[in-house]
Design a protein around this ligand. Structure first.
Ligand SMILES: [Zn+2]
Ligand SMILES: [Zn+2]
Length: 323
């Protein structure tokens, strides 16, 4: 038995269970793009946006976001500017940046490439090395997240973009929210939204893939034949609460198609009725960026890391002289 596309009768590529549709590659891609467009419209993601910074890591999600968003942004007169960061995680970063650049070129999108090491004097490999050595309070992924958020925001300000788009999907948002709630960080619930309006020098954040799952996003990049990096970052822990949550939610989704989206929409409704307190925002004394502390977390990390790199080169020089 060959499954046929419900729309055109050619060989089906996949079945969208909650819509009871079998779709060929082309019709699946259209289905996905329409879902992204509906998300942008329903949550008014393009409201007051003339120029949008699209952050692409080279992974499947951000690549999918760029391809799905480009034609629609054009129609809405929203100019796209790409951003990719070389975090300095060995071969993984090299291949990620290549995939991102390829996606920008294929979509005819101008882009910025920020080399963390060249621009700020440290890379993620150095952070990872020192997280253990110095017994730093957070994990590598947490510092990496803060580095990325900082650079996204700074690049958006510098290039006069009105908003920053990231490729977080439904699984990311649900698992992040549930992990935050499990650790009592109710304030973080606000990041569940497809859009966080900017304040002060914090640029508006939008998440156009907020209603699409990991699987749907993967199928989309496959359906259009876009290349992406399917490596996992070497610093991602093998097991984490967030990964476990994604696995369990996917088991439920498999048995009850549409479960994730229904849960997401309900959480958004709860959030709308909740008053989430955010701390007062000050400006970092070193870089002037918005911060909740006197010196922002990025500047603190940067000075700690560059100090460590400085010590290392001195050590090497001493040994060399001794020889
Ligand atoms: Zn079809
Ligand atoms: Zn700072």
């Amino acid at each position: 038995l060959v499954l046929r596309c419900s729309l055109c009768g050619s060989r089906a590529f996949t079945r969208v269970r909650y819509s009871r549709l079998s779709l060929c590659r082309r019709h699946y891609a259209e289905f996905f793009e329409r879902r992204v467009k509906n998300t942008v419209e329903r949550y008014r993601l393009f409201k007051n946006v003339k120029r949008l910074l699209v952050c692409v890591s080279g992974g499947k999600d951000s690549v999918a976001m760029l391809y799905a968003l480009k034609p629609y942004a054009e129609k809405c007169n929203v100019e796209l500017l790409g951003l990719t960061i070389d975090l300095g995680i060995g071969d993984y970063s090299k291949r990620s940046v290549e995939a991102a650049v390829e996606a920008f070129k294929n979509n005819d999108v101008e882009y910025l490439l920020v080399d963390l090491s060249a621009e700020y004097g440290f890379d993620l490999d150095t952070v990872a090395e020192n997280v253990e050595k110095l017994r730093m309070p957070k994990g590598v992924c947490s510092y990496c997240g803060s580095v990325k958020r900082y650079i996204f925001n700074k690049a958006a300000l510098d290039s006069e973009c009105d908003a920053v788009a990231t490729g977080h999907n439904l699984d990311d948002l649900l698992s992040f929210t549930l992990t935050s709630m499990a650790s009592g960080q109710v304030d973080l619930l606000i990041k569940l939204q497809p859009k966080n309006r900017g304040v002060d020098r914090l640029v508006t954040r939008i998440r156009p893939l907020a209603t699409l799952t990991n699987r749907e996003t993967l199928l989309y990049v496959m359906s259009i034949g876009a290349s992406y990096v399917d490596l996992e970052c070497p610093y991602t822990p093998e097991r984490s609460m967030q990964k476990t949550i994604v696995e369990k939610l996917s088991e439920i989704e498999h048995r009850y198609p549409g479960f994730k989206l229904a849960l997401y929409k309900s959480l958004l409704r709860v959030l709308r009725k909740t008053e989430v307190k955010t701390g007062p925002l000050v400006h970092c004394e070193k870089c002037g960026m918005p911060s909740s502390t006197r010196i922002c977390s990025f500047c603190r990390l940067k000075s700690l890391m560059t100090e460590r790199i400085g010590e290392k080169t001195t050590e090497t020089r001493v040994t060399a002289r001794r020889v």
